[in-house]
Write a protein that binds this ligand. Structure first.
Ligand code: MF3
Ligand code: CO
Length: 254
C-alpha cells in the first residue's frame, strides 16, 4: 500500500468513489440554485447527500486555527467572493454568480470539486467570466499528462485567461489530493518560479482556477475564511480532481 503521491489501483478506485459523490452533489445542487434559497439550505442538502453515501464532508472541521475550524460542508462564494465563503443566511438573488466548492472524504480518501453557477439571468460580463474560467480548467486538465510538468497546466490556464482580459488569483492554488485533502505538489494557475514537478502516472491533482474579472489581488476577510477580490469585481472558480495517466487524464469528479 502506498501513501505517496503515486496512487495504487486500489487507492484510485477509492478516489473514484469520492469523486463520484462530489459530482453527484454538484448536480443535485444545480437544481436548487435559484433566487430565494439560502446558502445554508444548499449546505444542508449537500451534507445530507454526502452522509447518505457513507461519506463525510471533508471541509467541515478543516483548518489550522483550532478556534476557527471550517464550519460547513460547502464553500459558497458569491460575486466578489473568490473562495471559502461560509454558507449562512444569504438569500440567493437573480444576477448573482455563486461558486460551490465541495470536498468529500470516504474510506480515508478525498475528492474535491467546484463549479460556479449563474443565479437566474446574469450580466454578459459574468457569463463570459464563468465560461472562460470553466474553459481554462479544461485547458489545464488537457496538460495534466505523464511527462508534462505542473507548470504546463499553469501556463495553459494563465495564457487563456489573460488573453480573455481576466486575471489569475496568485494567493491560492490547486493541490495534490489523496489521503489528505491537500498534498504535494501545489498547482498554481499562473506560471510561478521554477518549472514545477514532473507529472507521473498515478498522481492525483485538484486543479482549480480562481479567476477575477478585474485585478488578481484578493483580500482575506476577518472571519478567517472568506476571500474576496480587492477591487470588488466578480470572481469565478471551477475545480476537478484529476488522475494522471500515460494518456488522457481521468477526471474523477466528472
Ligand atoms: N477546494 C478548496 C481547497 O482545496 C476548499 C478548501 S475549504 C476548507 O482549498 F475549508 F477546507 F479549507
Ligand atoms: Co481544492
Amino acid at each position: 500500500m502506498s501513501k505517496g503521491l503515486i496512487k495504487t489501483p486500489e487507492e484510485i478506485e477509492l478516489m473514484r468513489k469520492c469523486g463520484r459523490i462530489v459530482a453527484d452533489v454538484l448536480k443535485l445542487l444545480e437544481k436548487s440554485i435559484k433566487p430565494g434559497i439560502t446558502t445554508k439550505e444548499l449546505d444542508e442538502i449537500a451534507e445530507e447527500y454526502i452522509r447518505s453515501q457513507c461519506a463525510e464532508p471533508a471541509f467541515k472541521g478543516y483548518g489550522t486555527d483550532k478556534k476557527n475550524l471550517y464550519p460547513a460542508s460547502l464553500c459558497t462564494s458569491i460575486d466578489d467572493q473568490v473562495v471559502h465563503g461560509i454558507p449562512g443566511q444569504h438569500v440567493l438573488s437573480e444576477g448573482e454568480i455563486i461558486s460551490i466548492d465541495i470536498g468529500v472524504k470516504k474510506d480515508n480518501y478525498h475528492g474535491d470539486g467546484a463549479k460556479s453557477f449563474a443565479v437566474g439571468r446574469v450580466s454578459e460580463e459574468k457569463l463570459r467570466l464563468l465560461k472562460v474560467t470553466e474553459e481554462s480548467l479544461y485547458l489545464g486538465i488537457a496538460q495534466a499528462t505523464a511527462g508534462n510538468r505542473v507548470q504546463d497546466i499553469s501556463a495553459a490556464i494563465q495564457k487563456y485567461v489573460e488573453k480573455a482580459g481576466f486575471s489569475v488569483v496568485r494567493d491560492l492554488v490547486g493541490h495534490g489530493i489523496g489521503r489528505s485533502l491537500h498534498e504535494e505538489p501545489p498547482v498554481p494557475n499562473y506560471v510561478a518560479d521554477g518549472s514545477g514537478m514532473v507529472l507521473k502516472s498515478g498522481m492525483t491533482l485538484a486543479i482549480e482556477p480562481m479567476i477575477n474579472a478585474g485585478s488578481y489581488k484578493v483580500k482575506f476577510n476577518s472571519d478567517g475564511w472568506t476571500v474576496t477580490t480587492a477591487d470588488g469585481k466578480p470572481s469565478a472558480h471551477f475545480e476537478h480532481t484529476v488522475l494522471i495517466t500515460d494518456s488522457e487524464p481521468e477526471i474523477l469528479t466528472k
